[in-house]
Each structure stands twice: as structure tokens, then as C-alpha cells.
Design a protein. Structure first.
Length: 348
């Protein structure tokens, strides 16, 4: 792959073709559960229970069980040997833990379940962008220097119109400048949130309206380059014409070095063939566009374009990131890779 640069600027985003780093897949570890020992009786404990049953000569029916029968009773229920032993005499103190072994194990299993619930709650996203509000406005910056601008617009797709609230993300690249991801419907609000800082790059995750509507206006105001996957050019031309083409062609497994940021480009085809995500490992954040939103794969309008491919993109590129990675989508609240990993099987 290559990065096409417009020669107009001496300084700006430095593009590289380094492969995107694939993070360790913690999904299997996050999804694994503690098998526990509830309900299990080791063979030595069964023998002790059987011996206690044999010594009890006061059974109600006066019959004598063989060791195999006592062992079978102990295996079928933890309480029956206790009842038998209580018929004449209580078991010795050192025998009680053996007879009641299942109870501590059950408590341990319950504790494990509680621990899993706590872990699940820990995966729930927190912070400025986890709110469910669907109103235009500016939120941030957060401690990582990320600001969200929400704008309201109408998305036209397949001869239908949809009212949407789009997320535009402004990311601090250094003390002097930022990058803008998915400029939505309000260029003025974006520029106001940027303030006196320079815009080094306008990066789009694909060429649907909510992701590129204000791209040209924001870029021209700041004399910034626009980045887009080459497969999105047809949709771009339908929206903006052929007069102003994006200066940088981005593809999956590529990377951009912009000021203090190293940005890996993730291929996320599914909603469109050229959808990408932007992953900044040092901030622990990925901008997923419409590929993945909180609790669901993203839809285009009210439909899925290529659901199978989209799920593959989510599983391979987004859920393979560290579980505490924040996912900042084109619409709705933030989420995390760990939280969405728990939902993946239900989508399949």
C-alpha cells in the first residue's frame, strides 16, 4: 500500500507503511469462566463418607449397605450421608468438613460468579463520552485531550432520509495542533472547538454523509489534508464532486505519524468496502466509524450492507484490541472492546 500526499505543504502528517500492531487477543481469557469445584467429592472423601455410613448400625430399615451403595448415595447427594450419620450419633468434628464439602464449594462458586459480575461492570465504559445523550453540543476535552462535537443532520441513503446525531472527534496531536475525525454536519462548531490550534489532518472513516459532510469546509479553513480510503472515492464524488479530492489515501495495515501521535489504520470493511478505523495505542482509543457502536454493529440507515464481513472486521480488528480500549463511534456513546466482546456471540 502507499500513501498519496499532496505537494502543497512542506509540513504536516508524515505517512508510513508500518503494519498496524495487533494487540494480544484477550477475548478468550475474558470469556473464560472459573470451572470451580462445586458439587465435586474427591475419592478419599467418598471413602470417608462410606466408612461413616458402614459404622452406623441404627439404620431405619435395619439393613446393611455395602461400601459401593454408601458411596453411590454420597455421590448423588451431599446431605444424605449426614442424615444417616445423625440417626444414632453425630459425626466427629474432623469428619464434618468431609461430609459437607459441597457447601463451601457452592459458596466459592457463588463468589466466583460475583467476581465475574464485578469484572463485567469494570468493562463498562466510563468517562465523558459514555453518556446516552442525543443532542448537539460539545463535550470535552477529556484527560487524553479528546473532544466530541455532536451535530444534527439528515442522512440520505437508498432513497430514504434519516435524522442522525453524528459524532465528530477532535484529538490533540501536540500543544499546537489536532486531528479531526469524521467531520459531521456543523463545520462552525468543529472549528470553534478547535480554536486557535492548527488542524493537521481531517481523517474520514468512510464517505457516508455523517463522516464527510463538513470535511472540505473544515480542511480549507485550516489548509489541512483530508484522508480517505481510495475505495470511497465514488461515494465522495457523489457528495462533493470531483473538484476537491482527498489528498491522502489510507488503507488497512498502514499508519500515520502526526505530531506526537502514531495512528494505526485498521481495515473495517462491511458498512462499505473502504471503511477504516483509527487506532491510537498510546491513548488506548480507537475511532470505529459506523463499524461498531455501543451494543451493536453499526447500521447504514436501517440496514446492514455486508453483515458477515462487518462481523469479521469487528472480531478481528476491534475486539482483538486490549479489553480496556475505548471505542469512540460515529454515533452514540463510547464503549470498550471488553464490553463488546461479551456481545459478539449474540450477533453471530
Amino acid at each position: 500500500m502507499f500513501w498519496k500526499r499532496k505537494p502543497k505543504k512542506q509540513e504536516g502528517p508524515e505517512a508510513t507503511d508500518s503494519a498496524a500492531e495487533v494487540a494480544v487477543d484477550d477475548k478468550a481469557a475474558a470469556g473464560a469462566t472459573d470451572s470451580g469445584t462445586a458439587g465435586e467429592n474427591p475419592s478419599e472423601e467418598k471413602d470417608a463418607v462410606a466408612e461413616a455410613a458402614e459404622k452406623d448400625s441404627g439404620r431405619a430399615d435395619g439393613s446393611e449397605k455395602d461400601p459401593g451403595g454408601a458411596e453411590a448415595d454420597a455421590a448423588s447427594t451431599d446431605e444424605k450421608p449426614v442424615a444417616d450419620a445423625d440417626a444414632d450419633e453425630a459425626p466427629a468434628d474432623d469428619e464434618k468438613p468431609v461430609v459437607g464439602e459441597g457447601e463451601p464449594d457452592a459458596e466459592a462458586a457463588e463468589a466466583d460468579e460475583d467476581a465475574e459480575e464485578v469484572a463485567a461492570e469494570a468493562d463498562e465504559p466510563v468517562g465523558l463520552f459514555a453518556d446516552e445523550t442525543e443532542e448537539a453540543g460539545v463535550t470535552g476535552p477529556d484527560p487524553d485531550g479528546i473532544t466530541r462535537v455532536r451535530s444534527v443532520g439528515v442522512f440520505e441513503f437508498d432513497d430514504e432520509k434519516f435524522d442522525v446525531v453524528a459524532n465528530t472527534w477532535i484529538v490533540k496531536a501536540d500543544d499546537e495542533g489536532v486531528i479531526v475525525i469524521d467531520p459531521g454536519y456543523d463545520a462552525e462548531a468543529v472549528l470553534e472547538a478547535v480554536g486557535d490550534r492548527e488542524i493537521y489532518l481531517v481523517a474520514c472513516t468512510n464517505a457516508y454523509g455523517p463522516h464527510i459532510e463538513s470535511a472540505i469546509k473544515v480542511a480549507e479553513e485550516a489548509d489541512a489534508d483530508i484522508a480517505l480510503h481510495p475505495r470511497e472515492m465514488r461515494a465522495w464524488r457523489r457528495h462533493h464532486g470531483a473538484e476537491h479530492r482527498p489528498e491522502i489515501e489510507v488503507e488497512g495495515q498502514g499508519a500515520l505519524d502526526i505530531a506526537d501521535l502514531h495512528i494505526d489504520v485498521l481495515a473495517l470493511p462491511g458498512t462499505s468496502s473502504g471503511s477504516v478505523g483509527y487506532y491510537i495505542a498510546e491513548l488506548g482509543v480507537v475511532f470505529s466509524g459506523d463499524a461498531l457502536r455501543k451494543g451493536e454493529p453499526g447500521m447504514v440507515g436501517n440496514t446492514y450492507i455486508d453483515y458477515t464481513t462487518q462481523l469479521a472486521s469487528i472480531g478481528e480488528a476491534l475486539l482483538s484490541l486490549p479489553p480496556d480500549t475505548r471505542i469512540l463511534p460515529d454515533r452514540g456513546p463510547s464503549t470498550t472492546s471488553g464490553a463488546e466482546s461479551k456481545n459478539f456471540d449474540s450477533w453471530v
